[in-house]
Design a protein around this ligand. Structure first.
Ligand code: ZN
Length: 138
């Protein structure tokens, strides 16, 4: 078991032990809104939007894009769970601004290892084993 997994499981156990009556919250978000935002680890929607459990739907992806899947979630949020407002929240210094589809395709074609970035751009370790499936990423 990885150190990170142990940490996450311990945090979840502590969180669950203090969950109390929140397990009885209704499924529809109490404040009747949804946020679509970036997956950036520096963003904490609960903090920047003042959310507690049960308040709102939070849909996240790379760049906070209104992708087909994000729209699917927002439609369900509205049609089945009663949200009345949606907010799309972007942020400064978004990593999605650092590459293009073509850069991503080339990196994936080169290898499936984690790429690195410096002042001259993104670089793949170039150890082979890449995939042409990246051609479908947009
Ligand atoms: Zn971002």
């Amino acid at each position: 078991m990885s150190t990170i997994l142990k940490e996450v499981l311990a945090a979840n156990q502590a969180y669950a032990s203090d969950f109390g009556d929140k397990g009885k919250l209704p499924m529809p978000p109490g404040r009747r809104f949804a946020i679509l935002t970036c997956m950036d680890a520096r963003l904490d929607p609960a903090k920047y939007a003042g959310l507690a459990e049960g308040d709102a739907h939070v849909i996240r992806n790379a760049g906070g894009r209104a992708s087909d899947d994000a729209i699917r979630s927002l439609v369900i949020s509205y049609k089945l769970l009663g949200t009345r407002e949606w907010f799309v929240v972007h942020h400064t210094d978004c990593g999605m601004e650092t590459f293009t589809d073509d850069v991503m395709r080339k990196l994936l074609r080169s290898s499936l290892k984690t790429a690195s970035v410096d002042a001259s751009g993104w670089h793949d370790p170039g150890e082979g084993g890449g995939s042409a499936e990246g051609e479908h990423i947009s």
